[in-house]
Design a protein around this ligand. Structure first.
Ligand SMILES: NC(=O)c1ccc[n+]([C@@H]2O[C@H](COP(=O)([O-])OP(=O)(O)OC[C@H]3O[C@@H](n4cnc5c(N)ncnc54)[C@H](OP(=O)(O)O)[C@@H]3O)[C@@H](O)[C@H]2O)c1
Length: 287
């Protein structure tokens, strides 16, 4: 079954970086309205200007929502509840997590990862799915990570949240079969988007965000359950989960050595409040 994209309203949560803007650019020619959500809405203004310049009839609504802020999440849910816009397609990309050894992490950071990657996406979907089912049309594209199928020491809570995305998305897909609402999960590997690399230059297991977005959308449109964008990543995701568990653990141990040395090299930063020093870095180790 195909998601209703043409002339529809598409909500993209996590639209500021990487896959988000690329999906918005691909959809802009076809949809009636894009609702773009970011934790820093000012970052979306240039994207809105670009999309409107290329597509003068397109409606682009911007909403701010920091998943780590309960008031922001309530405001977004309230906005969706009031049905100011009727969302036909939900694309959930937002993802919170950074590498760190579990024992050294402050609970608050782990709690935010759990809340942002599990509770909030489920809440948003929960607000929207009943309306989609009632109308007999809708689509959900959940962006997870190949990390969900790997053992990922140094990002253990993040890896756990990605397993939730797997289980939630595919189970919901089955629940919604026959309702007119289609659900797809896309689980990328490493994405390159800063600076964007041309497709032909990206290393074997890396993918430009543009190509990742193209493959994600193509899979969503043909009603695929699970999309692994990129031939190299697809191969890894076929092979690694089939390895014997003892071998997967061995690979995990090797990866942990790399994580430890990188974290030791990173400048330690003490966050406010009690607890041991936390090593901050930009994003989790890609799958
Ligand atoms: N990049 C990779 O190598 C890689 C590998 C595997 C899977 N993936 C998955 O692919 C997706 C896209 O990844 P990406 O690298 O393109 O982007 P990303 O840096 O992971 O961020 C995706 C979006 O999440 C939003 N976000 C982050 N923190 C947020 C918060 N506290 N509240 C609300 N939104 C928040 C960001 O918007 P703001 O900046 O405005 O907050 C951003 O637009 C993610 O789901 C990721 O898990 C990426």
């Amino acid at each position: 079954m195909r998601p209703p994209i043409d002339n529809s309203t598409v909500l993209i949560v996590g639209a500021a970086d990487g896959l988000g803007p690329e999906l918005a650019r691909l959809l802009a020619r076809r949809v009636r309205t894009l609702v773009l959500v970011s934790s820093q809405v000012a970052r979306l203004e240039p994207l809105r200007a670009e999309l409107r310049a290329a597509n003068p009839t397109l409606g682009v609504l911007l909403r701010t929502c920091n998943f780590c802020d309960a008031a922001d999440v309530d405001a977004l849910l309230g906005y969706l509840e009031q049905r100011i816009v009727r969302v036909d397609v939900l694309i959930n990309i937002a993802d919170v997590g950074a590498p760190g050894l579990f024992a050294q992490e402050q609970w608050e950071r782990l709690r935010q990862t759990l809340r942002s990657n599990i509770v909030v996406p489920a809440l948003i979907a929960h607000r929207l799915v009943p309306g989609m089912v009632a109308r007999g049309r809708g689509g959900i594209l959940n962006v997870g990570s190949g990390a969900s199928r790997l053992l990922l020491p140094g990002a253990s809570v993040f890896a756990g949240t990605q397993r939730f995305v797997d289980g939630f998305t595919e189970s919901l897909r089955l629940e919604l079969e026959g309702t007119g609402v289609t659900v797809t999960q896309v689980s990328p590997g490493p994405l390159d988007w800063e600076p964007p690399l041309p497709d032909e230059c990206t290393p074997l297991f890396h993918l430009s965000a543009r190509r990742g977005a193209r493959e994600a959308l193509a899979g969503f449109e043909r009603g695929a359950a699970l999309v692994y964008p990129g031939a190299g990543h697809r191969w890894v995701m076929r092979v690694v989960p089939r390895l014997p568990r003892w071998l997967q653990r061995g690979v995990g141990r090797l990866a942990l050595r790399g994580v430890r040395s990188r974290l030791l090299l990173a400048p330690p930063t003490r966050t406010t409040g009690p607890g041991p020093p936390v090593l901050l870095a930009s994003r989790p180790e890609p799958a």
